[in-house]
Design a protein around this ligand. Structure first.
Ligand code: AMP
Length: 490
């Protein structure tokens, strides 16, 4: 069994020299603040098992409230502040939180839905006069820690129930694998309503006694300015592509950094190569999802292979299965399934949906992938994004990697579009690099050496931008919807 997050927090707080957020607070301050907040929430009547919904712009109090909830045994439910009140209504109805805490400007609208709501400054003001000592009740490893809603690109978003051991086991594995120590300074520019910024980043710091440089969002200017004080950055691929567009990104600018980590969406091999060339650092790519925490990672020492997400984390089992549910041979593509202490407890109040997503105790991720002979996993796309053209499977990631390597292509997204002959046709959506003019026939000719004919896109659409979610993931369902009539019109 792993060490619980709160036990770890208390260990770190006992050491008076440990800084939590640079220029702001120590671990001892953090422990005291979580005690004050836990006392405040308890005084409001919140008890173990209740849900607390938090919908605020990124600020340090999100982390304190997350940890205060863990101390009390209240289930933490962070929501993207970009969601409208109508969208948030689904989480209020579904999760039935005992309390919602929001930014002041949306408190009245949330209250109008019938929910009990307080604005964050009110909660913090009450906590300011509460006692910092809090008598933590006993917690078990399987107690619920948080519910995170999936981004819900298809259908209603589902509440992912994560337990304390899910979080603790993953934090311990990652600290070890990525060699976090108390001398690390983690540059934190990710959102804190998502597993990446909330659990991966925060818990890696907390479990190693490292400190955070906590930025309100991703701004290349501020991130580059913080590099000299930082040692590690965790980012989504768009962080890296946007930083590469800045001429101030140089080898010298990254001198003090020891590690760049990427995840939440595919990092193109082209970006990996360009980053290495510019900075001398090989980005370490890892793979995970809300339901499973982190699953695989490229190694710290040893080859960080572009286009792969590395090997399973210690204690985590991964298999790739065929349509019959049996594991496929190395090198063959199939469904990625996961088992281990990282895997969630199920979808909130959806036992049937939960049962559908598990096969013999393995969680079926919905991603497609293949292992190579060295045990590195490659992600080939979401199962629902697989294109079947003329009866042949086309894995979008493979085509995207080939496109991204062509001069003038800044980004690509490959989708399947209904086609009268082929069932589905492969279509590439492209973004041109600044100043580049993309010529469809030239691109198609360039792909002929790299891809079998059936994988070469039937059409290439140059777009000004892609629809993306808050984590920078391209919304392929939206692209498919926008271009569904491409072949029926002609
Ligand atoms: P989320 O639950 O929002 O974190 O989304 C999880 C999904 O993001 C996974 O199921 C993958 O489809 C995708 N994902 C996460 N990390 C990677 C990665 N390194 N490469 C490709 N896809 C990734």
């Amino acid at each position: 069994m792993s060490t619980d997050v709160i036990v770890k927090l208390k260990d770190m707080a006992a050491r008076s020299d440990r800084v939590w957020i640079q220029g702001r607070s120590s671990y001892a301050d953090l422990l005291a603040e979580t005690g004050r907040l836990a006392n405040t929430l308890a005084a409001m009547g919140l008890v173990k098992g209740d849900r607390l919904l938090l919908q605020v712009e990124k600020c340090e109090a999100v982390l304190s409230l997350y940890l205060a909830c863990l101390r009390l045994g209240v289930v933490f439910l962070p929501v993207n502040p970009g969601y409208t009140v109508a969208e948030t209504q689904h989480f209020l109805t579904d999760a039935d939180p005992a309390l919602a805490v929001t930014d002041p400007d949306r408190a009245a609208a949330i209250a109008a839905t019938g929910a009990r709501v307080l604005a964050l400054p009110e909660v913090l003001a009450q906590a300011a006069s509460a006692a910092p000592e809090f008598a933590d009740p006993a917690h078990g490893p399987d107690d619920l820690a948080a519910i995170l809603y999936t981004s819900g690109t298809t259908g209603r978003s589902k509440g992912v129930m994560l337990g304390r051991e899910n979080l603790a086991s993953n934090a311990e594995a990652l600290v070890d694998l990525w060699r976090f120590t108390e001398t690390d300074v983690l540059l934190h520019a990710l959102p804190v309503f998502h597993t990446h910024g909330l659990f991966v980043a925060t818990n890696c710091a907390l479990y190693s006694g490292a400190s955070l440089i906590f930025q309100p969002g991703f701004a290349p200017e501020a991130v580059l300015a913080a590099f000299p004080q930082a040692t590690v950055m965790m980012g989504v691929p768009t962080f890296y592509t946007r930083l590469l567009a800045d001429p101030r990104l140089t080898r010298d600018a990254c001198r003090g950094m020891r590690l760049f980590i990427s995840g939440s969406a595919p990092l193109s091999p082209a970006t990996h190569a360009e980053w290495q060339e510019r900075t001398g650092h090989a980005i370490l790519e890892r793979y995970g999802m809300t339901e499973t925490n982190m699953i695989t990672s490229n190694p710290y020492a040893g080859a960080r292979r572009a286009g792969t997400v590395g090997r399973p984390l210690p204690g985590v089992e991964v298999r790739v299965t065929g349509p019959d549910g049996a594991p496929v041979p190395v090198g063959e593509a199939g469904a990625i399934e996961v088992r281990g202490p990282n895997v969630f407890h199920g979808y909130w109040r959806l036992p049937e949906k939960t049962a559908e997503e598990f096969r013999d105790g393995w969680f079926v991720t919905g991603d497609l992938g293949a292992f190579d002979s060295q045990g590195y996993l490659s992600i080939l796309g979401r199962a629902k994004d697989l294109v079947i053209s003329g009866g042949l499977n086309v894995y979008p990631t493979e085509v995207e990697s080939a496109l991204d390597a062509l001069p003038g292509v800044a980004a690509s997204a490959v989708i399947g579009v209904p086609h009268p002959d082929f069932g589905e046709a492969v279509v590439a959506c492209l973004i041109a690099a600044p100043g580049a003019a993309l010529e469809e026939s030239a691109l198609r000719a360039a792909l002929r050496d790299r891809l079998a004919a059936f994988k070469i896109p039937k059409r290439m659409l140059v777009l000004p931008e892609f629809p993306r979610n808050a984590m920078g993931k391209v919304q392929k369902a939206e692209l498919r919807r926008q271009h569904a009539g491409l072949f029926s019109e002609s």
